[in-house]
Write a protein that binds this ligand. Structure first.
Ligand code: CP
Length: 319
């Protein structure tokens, strides 16, 4: 399908994926986010950049961090935010996704923030808005199936840049269930575009997708080898909801072979940071001593997510 996220002038029209997004656009989003970070320290945590605009949060799949930080970001930009309760909506009576969109667009929606279990659902909505000549309505992908989670990828890049300053001399390891992870895919595309020289994927064969080497990623099935001298570790949750067969003996076995313990963390560089998009499963992919330890930047990731989502929305709204 044609990628409709950039308009004819190369400007961001929708944010659907990081794949193919020019480096200048990614850097502009990160720089704009920097200017929003300090807003949370002010007494009045609001700017009027989206005053009068209506943002609809459409979460067809559960979320804690993404939905809430999009809501906070919308409010800090002075937008009106509507959280559609999907379980109580007419979707449960058989209304199609695009009929729901048409009805919300008729309520003068300016932006849809969409999470969906089906890969491609935000594309479908964006294409429909283009086909029905509604270019003033923007779509932000808040995670679609195992395909993409672009704002998580961007907030991960913001976090790495914050702590490491420069992408050009980093070794970054992504550990765990890469096969089912939209975060891993978005992170890999973002890091490749931003010039990270060494990206490693660590996991059991059953949870590593094909084609990683073609993306320039080094693959390791031995975590002790893969973590050696890395600057950044991105841990991933086992996405049990997306597994269709028995890909692992048990969660305990997984922790024994791939869990991030203090001993394994010591194989990385002494100043390595530990990231996790959440939700975390302690004792499955990460030991509590690491999750709560001095090298973890998991909660700062969540905080940076507000500024990054403000940046994405304000840029889409034309600021
Ligand atoms: N990282 C992330 O997408 O978390 P939620 O599922 O809580 O939004």
């Amino acid at each position: 399908m044609h990628n409709p996220q950039l308009n004819n002038h190369g400007e961001l029209q929708h944010l659907l994926t990081i794949e193919g997004l020019p480096r200048a656009v990614i850097t502009h989003i990160l720089d704009t986010a920097s200017s929003f970070v300090s807003i949370s320290d002010r007494e009045v945590k609001k700017v009027p950049l989206m005053r009068g605009k209506s943002v609809f949060n459409l979460f067809f799949e559960n979320s804690t961090r993404t939905r809430t930080t999009f809501e906070i970001a919308s409010k800090r930009l002075s937008a009106d935010v509507i959280n559609l309760n999907i379980a109580a909506s007419s979707t449960s009576k058989g209304e199609s996704l695009l009929d729901t969109i048409d009805n919300l667009a008729a309520m003068h929606a300016d932006m849809f923030v969409v999470r969906h279990a089906q890969s491609g659902a935000p594309y479908l909505i964006a294409k429909h808005l283009i086909d029905t000549k509604q270019p003033h309505v923007h779509v932000v992908n808040a995670g679609d199936g195992r395909h993409a989670h672009p704002t998580q990828g961007l907030l991960d890049m913001y976090t790495i840049r914050h702590y490491k300053k420069d992408f050009s001399n980093l070794r970054v390891a992504i550990v765990g269930d890469i096969l089912h992870s939209r975060v891993a895919r978005s992170d890999i595309h973002a890091m490749t575009t931003l010039g990270v020289p060494e990206i490693r994927a660590i996991g059991p064969r059953t949870l590593l997708p094909g084609g990683l080497e073609q993306l320039g990623v080094r693959v390791f099935t031995d975590i002790n080898e893969g973590l050696k001298d890395v600057d950044v570790i991105i841990m991933l949750r086992l996405q049990n909801e997306r597994m269709t067969g028995a890909l692992l003996p048990s969660a305990q076995e997984f922790f024994k072979s791939y869990g991030l313990t203090p001993e394994r963390l010591a194989l990385a560089r002494p100043d390595a940071i530990v990231m996790h998009p959440g939700p975390m499963n302690r004792g499955v992919e990460i030991d509590s001593a690491v999750a709560d330890g001095a090298q973890a930047v998991i909660l700062p990731q969540v905080t940076f997510g507000i500024a990054v989502r403000m940046a994405v929305m304000s840029i889409l709204a034309g600021n």
